[in-house]
Each structure stands twice: as structure tokens, then as C-alpha cells.
Design a protein around this ligand. Structure first.
Ligand code: ADP
Ligand code: MG
Length: 311
């Protein structure tokens, strides 16, 4: 490895000692070594962020460091997995120290907050592209699968949706009086790890909302071969999102906008009393395929669904 690359890893990433008992060997050798406790399964996910596709070229590197890790941890949350280690592949156009300092600080701060070790990665030169692979564990057979929804299940959200979508609109130039919360939701999503863990043994299906509620709930419906009804009035919306809808008439935004990273999950009515605090019921799983959205009791069609890369 080149000296500059070695220095960079030492300076920004390798000085944090691994703290998780599963990490037997972290950064520095050809591979990291992990041990997985008996009776557990390893949950593995990866997400890439590309400049001008997933983030604006002028993004605050501190926001980027947070979000890159958050979106990966969110996938583990959606499986009911407990994260313990991540790898980080960085492709950088140049070595920019202030940028790396801000990026690595917020990345490592979120990692520490959730007791996650950075155990390795790769560093290359090229167009700005960031990839994390995240690993967690889940007791054998307890992972929350997209395919597990059953007819009659209630559908829940772990929290408000639409704020990140509003944040994106603000970044694109929309004037909004109270911008702070929406920008925070867009720039600093919080992976719903505690909720994911609390849903083990309670929820049937679960997914995190990265591409919009309609698209992501759609994945549950497809994998579970069921349909659903949701009631628009039950969607948990912040005051700023409600105000935006009021003034623009754009009622579809919270269903279509992505980046909220709330969990959408289903569970049988008998388990309603075990739902974690703050989660909100928005509808029900039905046998008839497709997603039906009721607004003021009338079934509505969506004009667009979630974000797709190759469309
Ligand atoms: P190799 O040539 O064997 O692929 P590298 O020179 O790419 O090894 O990396 C040396 C060590 O530094 C490895 O342990 C690798 O996992 C780690 N590493 C490289 N880049 C990063 C990074 N961006 N973040 C964390 N660890 C990294
Ligand atoms: Mg390498």
C-alpha cells in the first residue's frame, strides 16, 4: 500500500480501537477476523453513495459521514439485527484533510454511539464514491423478513415520514419557514436500531424506508404475496410536512419521498400491545394484491412510486 494511503487510514480511521468482543482482529492485516456467537446468524448488508446521485457535490462531509453509516445500520435495524462491525471503501478524487477530518469524525461518532467497530476497508483514487458493508447478528430464525407479512396484520411506521423529502425539496430551492427539522431529517437520518431489536419475536415483516413508503411497503407486499390498505389520515406527519402539503396540495409527497429511514413493519392484531412506543398504525394487510391508499375514505392512485436508479 502507498505511504499516503497508509497515513490516511492511520490518521482518520485506525486510531479507534475495536471494542466489540466479536472483533478478534480489526484494521491492519489482509482481512479482519470476527467470531459469531453460537445460535446466531450473521446479517450482512452494503450500500454505496455516489456524488451527484446520492448526495450533492457541496454536501457537508460531516453530514455525509453520518448518513453513509446510518443508511447501512438502518438495513440491519430492518432485519432486527444488532450491528457490531462495518467496513468502509473510500474512492476519493484527492486527499483533502479538512474533508476527511469532518467525514471520519461523524462516521466514527455514529459508530461509537452504536458500539460498532470499523474493522477494515479499501482506499482508492477516483470519482467520489463511498461504500460501507455492515454486519450484525440476530438469533437463529428471528430475523424480520420482507416475506413474512400475513393477511390481517396491522401495518406500522416507527415514526414520522416526509421530513427528509421536505429536506430534499429545501436543498433544491423550495422556500419553507421552519427548515431545521426537515434538513436534519434529510442530512442526519437516525437508524431505528432499538425499534428493530424490540420487534424481534413481535413483528412479522419489516423494511426500512429508503425509497419511499409506497415503494418499500410494496416490497413487503410483493415478497409476502399479499396486498394492503393504508389510510392517509393516519400517516404520522410533522407540522412542517403538514404545512407543506396544505400549501402545495402535494399529498403524495410523504408516500413517495425517500430517505426517512423509519421502519415499516407488520404484526398480528394479538401483538398490538407489544408495539414499541412512538410507532403508529397506518393500515392493514389484505389478501387482494396491490397497495390501496384511502384519503377521506376514497381510494386514490399514486402518480409515481419511489426512486429507481436505472429508470
Ligand atoms: P490490501 O492491499 O491487503 O487490500 P490495503 O492496503 O487495502 O490492504 O489496506 C490495509 C489495511 O487497511 C486493511 O486492514 C484494510 O482493511 C484497511 N483499510 C484500508 N482502507 C480503509 C478504510 N477506508 N477504512 C478502514 N480501513 C481501511
Ligand atoms: Mg485493499
Amino acid at each position: 500500500m502507498a505511504e499516503a494511503e497508509f497515513d490516511l487510514i492511520q490518521r482518520y480511521f485506525a486510531q479507534h480501537q475495536p471494542c466489540h468482543p466479536a472483533t478478534r482482529l480489526g484494521i491492519g492485516d489482509d482481512c479482519a477476523l470476527l467470531s459469531v456467537a453460537a445460535g446466531h446468524q450473521l446479517a450482512v448488508t452494503t450500500d454505496t453513495m455516489v456524488e451527484n446521485v446520492h448526495f450533492f457535490a457541496d454536501v457537508d462531509p460531516a453530514d455525509l459521514g453520518h448518513k453513509l453509516l446510518a443508511v447501512n445500520l438502518s438495513d440491519l435495524a430492518a432485519m432486527g439485527a444488532e450491528p457490531f462491525a462495518v467496513t468502509l471503501a473510500l474512492t476519493l478524487p484527492a486527499i483533502n484533510h479538512p474533508w476527511l477530518q469532518a467525514f471520519s469524525e461523524s462516521f466514527m461518532a455514529l459508530a461509537r454511539q452504536h458500539q460498532v467497530d470499523l474493522i477494515g476497508g479499501d482506499t482508492t483514487a477516483g470519482p467520489l464514491t463511498l461504500t460501507v458493508q455492515a454486519m450484525g447478528w440476530v438469533p437463529e430464525g428471528q430475523a424480520l423478513l420482507r416475506s413474512a407479512a400475513q393477511v390481517g396484520d396491522l401495518i406500522y411506521l416507527s415514526g414520522a415520514i416526509g421530513d427528509a423529502g421536505l429536506g430534499l425539496k429545501i436543498r433544491q430551492g423550495l422556500a419553507v419557514t421552519d427548515q431545521e427539522q426537515a434538513l436534519q431529517a434529510f442530512n442526519r437520518p437516525q437508524p431505528q436500531l432499538a425499534t428493530g431489536l424490540a420487534l424481534r419475536g413481535i413483528a412479522h415483516a419489516c423494511i426500512d424506508i429508503s425509497d419511499g413508503l409506497a415503494a418499500d411497503l410494496g416490497h413487503i407486499l410483493q415478497k409476502s404475496q399479499v396486498g394492503a390498505r393504508i389510510d392517509w389520515e393516519r400517516l404520522p406527519l410533522s407540522a412542517s410536512v403538514s404545512a407543506y402539503i396544505q400549501s402545495s396540495g402535494d399529498w403524495q409527497m410523504p408516500l413517495i419521498a425517500g430517505d426517512d429511514y423509519q421502519l415499516c413493519f407488520t404484526l398480528p392484531k394479538s401483538r398490538q400491545s407489544s408495539v414499541p412506543a412512538g410507532c403508529v398504525c397506518i393500515g392493514e394487510i389484505e389478501a387482494q394484491p396491490g397497495l390501496r391508499i384511502f384519503k377521506q375514505g376514497i381510494s386514490r392512485q399514486l402518480e409515481a412510486s419511489g426512486f429507481e436508479h436505472f429508470s
